[in-house]
Design a protein around this ligand. Sequence first.
Ligand SMILES: C[S@@+](CC[C@H](N)C(=O)[O-])C[C@H]1O[C@@H](n2cnc3c(N)ncnc32)[C@H](O)[C@@H]1O
Length: 199
Amino acid sequence: MDSNYIKILNDDLGKLKLLLTPLISENIKVNNDSIRCLNLACGRADESGVLEEILNPLAANLEIFGVDIRERELDIAHNRWRTKPHVTYTFLSHDATKLHQISELTQPCDIILMRHQNYWNGAITWQKIYDSALNRLGSDGILVITSYFDKEHLQALHAIQQLGATLITTIQNPQSRPVLDAPNKSVDRHIAVFHKNMA
Ligand SMILES: C[S@@+](CC[C@H](N)C(=O)[O-])C[C@H]1O[C@@H](n2cnc3c(N)ncnc32)[C@H](O)[C@@H]1O
């Protein structure tokens, strides 16, 4: 990655952090001074540092799991984000529609993030991914999604609520960077937070 592109990515992450910090801090419930966070469909997991900076002050122990099906992206994530005091990283290659098969995720998560969820790319698959995610959330847990474009965000909001989750809030990123080769898409254009609240 050249230094210009890294700067662009870091700018995006700075904007994401600004918006996510209050959304997460005001809605997450921390038990036993520890947080289990799942970054689902994480790709290279660029947003790991943002998660760390937001969640680390909230609990003494932070575990961040990243799950994706693309091994190459996970290798990049694994090499970049290393376990250190107070933060444990685990990157797992797995189909996110089948999270119940992952032994490391047997205990419920406090927060699950899906940055740039991909509903448009396969509604049925992504409905299964949302369902699988909600099943891995603790009863007080929160699900956070971001989306690249308006219609996809609305579809995701609808699908996740259909699965029994409660929408807490959805906001638009006022400084979202347009994706040059994709008209009408922009980075972290929308962010939504849900409570699990299953019946
Ligand atoms: C739009 S990318 C977002 C990646 C990253 N979160 C980001 O914001 O840069 C969607 C991701 O979903 C992953 N994905 C798609 N289907 C999946 C599945 N069934 N299980 C796990 N990951 C999946 C892709 O490999 C890809 O990394």
